[in-house]
Design a protein around this ligand. Sequence first.
Ligand code: SAM
Length: 455
Amino acid sequence: MPPLLPQTFIDSLTYLPGFDKEAFINVHEASNQITSIRLNPLKPTAAINDLPVEKSVPWCGTGRYLSTRPSFTLDPVFHGGAYYVQEASSMFLDHMVKEIYKTESGPERVLDLCAAPGGKSTLLAAALPDSFIVSNEVIKTRVGILAENISKWGSDHVIVTNNDPKDFKKIPGYFDLMVVDAPCSGSGLFRKDPQAINEWSEASVEMCSHRQQRILSDTIGSLKQNGFLIYSTCSYSVQEDEDICDWITDQFNLQPIKIQMDTSWGIVETISKKHGAAGYRFYPDKVQGEGFFIACFKQTNAVDNFYGYHNKTAIAPKQIQSIVEPFLKNGADYLLSDQKEIVIASLKKWEEEIATVSKILNVRKSGVAVGTVKGKDLIPHHELALSHLLSADIPFVTMQKEEALKYLRRQDLVFENEKKGWTLARYGDINLGWMKVLPNRVNNYYPTNWRILKA
Ligand code: SAM
């Protein structure tokens, strides 16, 4: 039995629209676990059918509920980035983005400010394939997992940064869309993580609300005129949700945006007390998902838009390019640069944006790492194997599940009569990484720090 929900917590929600005390308490006591994944449109695969897929998430075309929670660690397709395990309510971001850009062209520059471990960033990468996406995380120790998840996803238009929100004051009027999935008191995850119930307090709600205001104060200036701000939390507390919406309207005069949706989804639209800002609440007794709140605003005030810097990328020498190009698909769309001995491919289209962000922010990953040139050869990077930039002409070996897991554990592999040289380890139609097939053995190049340790 999970710990009892604190009385002060229940009391604080009692008069909220859509709050049904009895059903809310019952759903927490029953503590049914819901598992959902979001499919990667860059990596469609029939191997998804091996998962216990039950049905689609109504507000996200690529979201799927699973009837039971499989061991994702032991699913090779998960390691190849064919899907991301994500809580279903938070996938509403997909619907919101599609709604706000239904009648106007998509955003050029997007910021996901509080991005680790990467759920919203991978969603944005899929929903906005033609945008330049800055995926930022302030906490250094969380940037590694964020970069890893972005690499696995395989997109080439996401740049990962490690900056404090106040650093964004240096980049005013720049972003067309900003997502602030703020750190919060976390009550929305009580069913998933009952231990969090014991950690909840009114003081923590108060502290989070102040921190949310600080984060927004530091970053709203980065929004362009006519840009959109999407604010979300996984807290039910009004102080972190509707009150923040009122505060955003008071402080920055942003215009709240209402989102059309299907009423059968069970999402509750709320209206903030002071300015009538629309917000969207997810209660686990009404939707198949955890607690979540999300709201959208438009920057309709005059802003001096910042156009960025025009620095040119230092291009890798021709000889390096000719070694690398056979590994790439649509190589002409990319600039190849040599950064600390690793050749990086960046989309030409975003050259100025990459230059600007690199000058102002602390970039931890940009473009796609292609590999290291040694003499006349390329040692291909793991990120390339997972990227959609990889040429379709690279030799591969299709593995059965046990063999694929052996590869992912970085164990020794044995093949006969295979073509020699760099070869992709593949499961179904999903690339898992590199092997080098030599005359007398196969070298496993799966990254040591990513390898499966579980038996
Ligand atoms: N958007 C992520 C996703 O969908 O996978 C989850 C983000 S989580 C709700 C909030 C994030 O804010 C965490 O990664 C946390 O490290 C970060 N964070 C914590 N304190 C922060 C601060 N003062 N400023 C900005 N971000 C902060």
